[in-house]
Design a protein around this ligand. Structure first.
Ligand code: XMP
Length: 317
């Protein structure tokens, strides 16, 4: 099969898929969990072109998304593409379930299973849904059992099974991006760096608290803003901040502080099995540090993680 590497090939793929999707779906209804990541966004855009409002997208805001992401999903899909989008504010529900849970695997399980429960509840409210669309891509088929892995917590219950619609399942990530661009999705969606399923949850180490999560979201937004302004966004493979669950002393305006550190991580890799640290200019690190210390509440130190993988993993938990 020819790889999709150019806009013309993407256009041909889109036309082909629109015909195939219309044939498969007919006048029936389709449901899609739309995270705002590149795979589900491309599937949503394809289905909107093919079957319009026969598609219902469900976006679950679990409180662990990056700054601006839920708003972007609503803006792009509901306001611009006129999609049938259900936005579920499940922030309190997730954060309450996660309160006091420090074990990383337990956190992943809670986030994964709660996500399925929320999606299930929304699916039950809808009538006559016949198909479930998924952003399965070829590496998912190679690496798992042919479905998007939901953190090993199982899928929808037996009485809620739909026929699958998986229009990008033979594509690799770079091909999905070329198709996304041709579909008119914004670059910030199409070329976004990898983001773990459990989101900011694995970067707010230990038991998640709302104030620490806020410090994480704000510091991550500053890092992304500065990397974009300084031509690193698109060049560095993955970059983010971490807020660990311990404090250190500091001083501000002559007063003693007891606040969190923010850790900056910026790595390059081919396959995420090994990774090297990006050589971020020192002046830029100083500028980002200054911004985080001035703009983010509850933070008194900024550190840069110099550890390659191995032996450090890319994420902190
Ligand atoms: P590590 O930390 O294992 O990360 O070096 C390798 C890549 O995988 C991503 N990652 C995850 N992705 N669910 C995901 O969907 C997860 O639980 C998860 N943990 C790590 C990580 O961001 C990096 O790109």
């Amino acid at each position: 099969m020819q790889r999709i590497t150019t806009p013309a090939l993407a256009e041909a793929f889109i036309a082909e898929q629109i015909t195939a999707l219309r044939q498969q779906i007919g006048s029936k209804k389709v449901l899609l969990a739309l995270s705002g990541g590149v795979d589900s966004s491309v599937v949503a855009a394809l289905l909107i072109k093919a079957v319009g409002t026969q598609l219902t997208c469900v976006h679950v805001n679990h409180g662990l998304l990056r700054k601006g992401e839920p708003e972007q999903v609503v803006e792009v899909f509901r306001n611009q593409m006129k999609a049938n989008l259900i936005y579920v504010d499940a922030v309190d529900r997730f954060l309450n379930k996660l309160a006091g849970v420090a074990d990383p695997e337990q956190k992943r399980k809670i986030i994964g299973s709660e996500f399925i429960r929320v999606f299930e509840e929304e699916a039950r409210k809808l009538k006559d849904i016949e198909f479930l669309a998924q952003g399965t891509i070829y590496p998912d088929i190679l690496e798992s059992d042919g479905v998007k892995a939901h953190h090993n917590v199982g899928g929808l219950p037996a009485d809620l099974q739909f026929k699958l619609v998986e229009p990008v399942k033979l594509l690799f990530k770079d091909e999905v991006r070329v198709v996304g661009k041709a579909l008119g999705l914004p670059d910030s969606m199409v070329f976004r760096q990898p983001f773990p399923g459990p989101g900011l949850g694995v970067r707010c180490t230990g038991a998640i608290t709302r104030d620490r999560l806020e410090a994480l979201r704000e510091s991550d937004a500053i890092l992304r803003d500065e990397f974009a302004k300084n031509g690193l966004a698109g060049k560095v493979w993955q970059y983010f901040t971490i807020v660990p669950d311990y404090k250190s002393t500091g001083v501000r305006d002559g007063k003693r502080l007891w606040d969190w550190p923010v850790i900056i991580r910026a790595v390059n890799t081919r396959d995420a099995m090994t990774a090297t640290v990006e050589n971020v200019p020192f002046e830029l690190l100083q500028h980002i540090t200054q911004r985080i210390l001035t703009e983010v509440k509850g933070v008194n130190r900024v550190l840069f993680d110099l550890s390659p993988k191995p032996c450090a993993t890319i994420e902190w938990e």
